[in-house]
Design a protein around this ligand. Structure first.
Ligand code: NOJ
Ligand code: CA
Length: 560
């Protein structure tokens, strides 16, 4: 295999390039499950600090830290009790500063997660709201209403929370508060200027500490129109999502982001943001505009099968969408909310609804049914996952990787009910399996109490097969998934140019081939029959190892 391209320099310092994010590889760390520095079974900042060289060797441009703030963990940290501190189980602000410095010294940017739709019920504001009683200024920071029924004993509406069950919870004096997610996650009132001011303070707090960007949780749900009478659930469903829906994707949420944008742009280089916005594609550019958050996640690949036509449509439509806002596109195959892609691709074709669209919860049915090994083709899943990853890494825009995917890790299916932590499992009384299976602590070594995650146990059970995927093993194996990711990220830096993409017709429905400025080509074979490559092509990377043909379910990169 021709390998004439430069190796990355792990000690590069940060450039002051304001557009660094446009084609960055961002590695998502779920802090409780990455590395445990003090042996209490919970991942922490010290653990991450001890692995910064690993991140540099992997070649990522940025890390995104899922919430590490004080939290009772009712929703894996997305229930934030204090936005401007570190959970004592995870570390201290001084350790956070040390981590930022260590990552920056290796040329790696830092993105933190902002959770503005809801706080934790343990947040000081919420505790004061409950104590202060009805009609108080403290309650105005949240969404409190009197109940319905003769004595207010019924919730104000029949709305459901995203995690199942009523979206309202009653407090002792009889009022109800709105929680679109878990009971422990009361929704904030974004009509209240105090709420807005406090988040500006939070953004500045982290930006002043050197944070380079922000990932905005459920960015499409903050503002609400709760004019009485409130619509019923059935009525809500009939209201178009055109910017005026009472709860979702309202146009006025961008007033919030315009204010944030002014904050971001007051730094040099400007701080960046990426929206987690589950909205109609046509409305994604609103979030990705430079006047708003600047970039938005595209989750289409999470919902797609390993299928050439689906992948091509997704790429084409998302590049068009990105062009509408002037932002770059984002690509995601795995994150902390979905079944890992090595597993999704190793299961029989995912279920589809009548519209032909793959259902969102791909792989969840299999997990719910007990996660039978007989239905999972592990090797095939990994083969396809590597092919899909190299396809994704060749695309223009930013790639968001989720910790452990670089090891080819599969979802963990065998977690006993009593060990599950995810509120989606707990609240749905077992009808949803939850997201614990992709949040199991990483295996760093093949032996030891928690496969090198820490000196002792792990807060979620790690299966025996984790040993095969341990970093320590894969590092020594040139054919491992880890070695492939490292080579791919190094080459990507060397080959990356402008953000254009041109399709090259292949004469086959199951083979996609595209070219990037400078002559970098990516060929993915979604089928089973080999696809020949022209003699003399400079194949610099191949997920199957073959460099004369593109084997079934594999990707090759061709350099100019
Ligand atoms: C999206 C996050 O990714 C997810 O993990 C969380 O449960 C919800 N937002 C609620 O904060
Ligand atoms: Ca720990």
């Amino acid at each position: 295999m021709a390998q004439h391209l430069a190796e990355p320099n792990a000690t590069t310092i940060l450039s002051d390039d304001a557009s660094w994010w446009r084609q960055a590889v961002v590695y998502q760390i779920y802090p409780r499950s990455f590395a445990d520095g003090n042996g209490d079974g919970i991942g922490d900042l010290k653990g991450i600090l001890s692995r910064v060289d690993y991140l540099a060797d992997l070649g990522v441009d940025a890390v995104w830290l899922s919430p590490f703030y004080p939290s009772a963990l009712a929703d894996g940290g997305y229930d934030v009790a204090d936005y401007r501190d570190v959970d004592p189980r995870i570390g201290t602000l001084a350790e956070f500063d040390e981590l930022v410095e260590a990552l920056h010294a290796r040329g790696i940017r830092v993105i933190v997660d902002i959770v503005p739709n809801h706080t934790s019920n343990l947040h000081e504001w919420f505790r004061r709201a409950v104590a202060a009683g009805r009609g108080s200024a403290e309650r105005e920071r949240y969404i409190f209403r009197d109940g319905s029924g003769a004595n207010g004993e019924l919730p104000p509406t029949d709305w459901l929370s995203v995690f199942g069950g009523s979206a309202w919870e009653r407090v002792d004096d009889g009022q109800w508060y709105l929680h679109n997610f878990a009971v422990e996650q009361p929704d904030l009132n974004w009509s209240n200027p105090e709420v807005r001011a406090d988040f500006v303070k939070t953004l500045r707090f982290w930006a002043d500490r050197g944070v380079d960007g922000f990932r905005i949780d459920v960015a499409h749900m903050l503002t609400k129109d709760l004019t009485e009478p409130l619509p019923s659930r059935a009525e809500l469903e009939l209201i178009p999502r055109d910017g005026k829906h009472p709860l979702i994707d309202r146009d006025d949420v961008h007033e919030v982001y315009a204010e944030w944008r002014a904050v971001f742009n007051s730094y040099d280089p400007p701080r960046t943001a990426v929206a987690e916005a589950w909205v109609d594609s046509a409305r994604v550019p609103l979030y990705a505009r430079p006047e708003s958050l600047g970039q938005s996640f595209n989750f289409d690949l999470l919902l797609a099968d390993f299928d050439a036509a689906q992948f091509r449509d997704i790429v084409t439509s998302n590049l068009d969408l990105a062009a509408l806002s002037g932002s770059s596109s984002t690509w995601v195959l795995s994150n902390h909310d979905v079944v890992r892609h090595a597993t999704r691709y190793g299961l029989p074709k995912t279920r589809r609804d009548e519209s032909g669209k793959t259902l969102e919860k791909a792989g969840n049915d299999w997990l719910l049914g007990g996660g039978a090994e007989s239905q999972l083709d592990r090797e095939r899943g990994e083969r396809r996952a590597s092919a899909a990853t190299l396809f994704l890494l060749g695309l223009p825009g930013s790639a968001y990787l989720y910790q452990g995917e670089e090891l080819g890790l599969h979802e963990v299916a065998d977690i006993a009910d009593e060990q599950r932590q995810d509120p989606t499992f707990l609240r749905s009384e077992g009808s949803e399996i939850g997201r614990d299976g992709c949040r199991v602590p990483l295996p760093w070594s093949a032996h030891g109490a928690s496969f090198g995650f820490g000196a002792d146990g792990a807060h979620l059970p790690q299966p025996g097969w984790f040993a095969e995927y341990a970093v320590e093993r894969e590092e020594l194996d040139p054919a491992s998934t880890l070695s492939l990711y490292r080579r791919a990220l190094a080459l990507r830096h060397a080959l990356q140019g402008g953000e254009q993409l041109g399709w090259i017709e292949t004469g086959r429905d199951d083979v996609l081939r595209f070219t990037r400025p400078g002559g970098w080509q990516v060929v993915t074979n979604f089928g089973s029959e080999d696809y020949p490559i022209e003699d003399g092509a400079n194949v610099v990377l191949s997920s199957s190892g073959a460099t004369d043909v593109v084997r079934g379910e594999s990707t090759v990169w061709i350099a100019p």
